[in-house]
Design a protein around this ligand. Structure first.
Ligand code: NAP
Ligand code: ZN
Length: 349
């Protein structure tokens, strides 16, 4: 075991504070990573504050990790000391269920191991995430990162990037499709960039008028304020695909009415409360309401390679670890442009 520095929430209503955690010695198949950057996802906030229930305290969040390999076990073949690598939302899975065999480890039928607040496959040890100096991960869950891109801006691809890439691919986003993205935050800004790169005509649906210029720069072709009822009326029957990234309570029915016949709305945001859906919102127009969870390891590598090829990274604001609580407050106010990334050097000092 190695004792390493981290930042943890000790209770739902307590700010994150310095903490120490044990990292296992790398086993034969393990890769030890010195963390350089970690993105701040809204899921970190939901978990730190126990908004979904089930948080095991103290919790060390963080699942958008980029770092350098510092040690490898004897049987590791894919990574070597000095490589630039990434870790996303999960670090292990059963490996033998139908979904794992299908490269869909995020849907592991026996329960995958998430990067934090989750049981390891030994069903005992609770995982700690990327707000720490080092992490040890079995090699099959470690991604290769191109040194071509700004590494701090690559970190958010490990969650926000793959979470938006996966449904765009699954629902076959292509040239000329009319795609709407709801909510311009971490996930939303990646959805705009990725959908535009695939040739879609992208509309940003936001409650924040001050984000219109940014949406345009990110590649959105149109910007519509959702707070104006006349806009929502005008947009009825407009979209093939809607990507909903909103983290708080909102009316699914009003967005479903914006879909064309046979259109699909994908839920990515996870508001803590259950929200009503009227059958009529789906029936009139044979519409689909679906959800999607991050992406498998194979698809995550495909997304990272796609982003390197197309020069796509996240728009970030770099912070030191001692600014994490302020960053949470600003994210909750929608004041994030468009992902906070922690410079992990600040934890070592
Ligand atoms: P974020 O950066 O905070 O962005 C969320 C955006 O939603 C905000 O910027 C805001 O955009 C909009 N919004 C927030 N509160 C709203 C409200 N009350 N009404 C209407 N719009 C509101 O969060 P994120 O990191 O992108 O994460 C978004 C959600 O996705 C979270 O619930 C997170 O847990 C979830 N998530 C899911 C997955 C998955 O696999 N499905 C993966 C990662 C994260 P505007 O100001 O433009 O309206
Ligand atoms: Zn996330």
């Amino acid at each position: 075991m190695t004792l390493v520095k981290a930042y943890a929430a000790e209770k739902a209503d307590k700010p994150l504070a310095p903490f120490k955690i044990d990292r296992r010695e790398p086993g034969a198949k393990d890769v030890e990573i010195e963390i350089l950057y970690c993105g701040v996802c809204h899921s970190d906030i939901h978990t730190a504050r126990n908004e979904w229930g089930g948080t095991i305290y103290p919790v060390v969040p963080g699942h958008e990790i980029v770092g350098k390999v510092t040690r490898v076990g004897n049987d590791v073949t894919n990574h070597k000391v000095g490589d630039t690598v990434g870790v996303g939302c999960f670090v292990d899975s059963c490996g033998h269920c139908a979904n794992c065999k299908d490269d869909l480890e995020q849907y592991c039928e026996n329960g995958n191991t998430q990067t934090y607040n989750s049981k390891s496959q030994d069903k005992k040890t609770i995982t700690s995430g990327g707000y720490s100096t080092h992490i040890v991960v079995t090699e099959g869950f470690v991604l290769k990162i191109s040194d071509k891109l700004n590494l701090a801006a690559v970190a958010p691809l490990l969650c926000a990037g793959i979470t938006t890439y996966s449904p765009l691919k699954h629902w076959n986003c292509k040239k000329g499709d009319k795609v709407a993205v709801v909510g311009l935050g971490g996930l939303g800004h990646m959805a705009v960039k990725l959908a535009a790169s695939m040739g879609a005509e992208v509309t940003m649906l936001s409650r924040s008028p001050e984000k219109a210029k940014d949406a345009d720069e990110l590649g959105a072709h149109h910007f519509e304020l959702t707070t104006k009822p006349e806009n929502m009326k005008k947009l009825a029957h407009s979209f093939d695909l809607i990507i909903d990234t909103v983290s708080a309570e909102h009316d699914y029915n009003s967005y479903l009415s914006l879909l064309k016949t046979n259109g699909t709305m994908v839920l990515l945001g996870v508001p803590p409360e259950a929200l009503p859906v009227h059958a009529g919102s789906l029936i009139f127009g044979r519409r689909s309401l679906v959800g999607s969870l991050v992406g498998g390891i194979k698809e995550t590598q495909e997304m990272l390679d796609y982003c390197a090829e197309h020069n796509i990274v996240s728009d970030i604001e770099m912070i030191n670890i001692d600014q994490i609580n302020e960053a949470y407050e600003r994210t909750l106010k929608g004041d994030v442009h468009y992902r906070f990334v922690i410079d992990m050097k600040s934890l070592k000092e």
